[in-house]
Design a protein around this ligand. Sequence first.
Ligand code: IPE
Ligand code: IPE
Ligand code: MG
Length: 265
Amino acid sequence: MPASGPTHPFTLPTPMFAVRQDSADSLLRAPRNVAVIMDGNGRWAKARLRPRAEGHRQGVKALHRLVERAAELGVEVLTVFAFSSENWKRPATEVRLLMELFAQGLARWEAPLREAGVRLTVIGDRSAFPESVVRAIEACERGTAGGERMLLQIAANYGGRWDVCQAARRCAEAGEEVSPENLEKYLATAGTGEVDLLIRTGGEQRVSNFLLWQMAYAEIYFTETLWPDFNEASFDEAVRWYQGRERRFGMTSEQVRAASSLPGL
Ligand code: IPE
Ligand code: IPE
Ligand code: MG
C-alpha cells in the first residue's frame, strides 16, 4: 500500500511541563509504578481521514499530558511503550517517521523535562537505532540525569522477551545463579520495582510483549479511548479504578484485610 500523506517536514513544538506544586487531588494517590501501552494513534487518524503520521503527532501531545499529570499525582516511575521490537515490521515510511519523531522529541523535551525534575531513560535494544537517534537518546539521558521528581522510561525497540533473555544472559555471565532476585538486577528496568498499574488504550486487550516480567502482579486497565484522546481526566479515571482494586498477591481477601488493618500499615 502506498504511504498516505506527506511525512515531512515534521516539527514538534517545544513543550513546557507545568507540574503544579501541591495541587494533586488529595483523594487521588497514584500508584508508584505505572506503565502505559499507548495504542490507537493509527485508528485515531483513520477516523479523521488523516495520515497515520498525524495520529502519532497527536500521540506525542497525549504523552506530554500524561507526564505532567503523573508527576503531579506523585507517580515515581512511568514507563511508556513507544516502539516495540515488532514495530520494525511496519511500512518503512512509518518506521522512519517514528524514528524522526522520537529523535526530535528527545531533543525538544530535554530542557523542559530537566526543569520539571523528570529523569528520562530509554529502555530497549538501542543497537538497532540509527546513530543520530542513539546520540539523541544519550544527550537526553545525560541532560535529565539529575531529575528526582519522576523517572520516565521510554520503551523503544523494547520487547519483554528480549529483556528477560538479556537479563538472564548477563546474570549467568556474572556467575550468579539465575534467580528472580538476581535476574531483576539485570533487567532494562533494574531498580525500578514492579509495575503496579498497566494501562492500555485503544481497546485491545493484550500485552504485546511489553514488560512481561515486571507486570507479574500489575493491575491491568484497558480502555477504548484511543491514545491521542487520552487526557488528564482519563488518567485520573484509571487511577481511581486502581484504587478500587484489592491486590492479593496470592493471599485470600481475609488475609489481605487483616494485614492492612494492622497498626502501622
Ligand atoms: C501506537 O499506535 C503507536 C505505536 C505502535 C508506535 P498504533 O500506530 O499502533 O495505532 P493503531 O493501533 O494502528 O490504531
Ligand atoms: C504496542 O502496540 C506497541 C506500542 C504501543 C508501541 P501495537 O499496535 O504495536 O500492538 P499490536 O501489534 O496491536 O499487538
Ligand atoms: Mg496499535
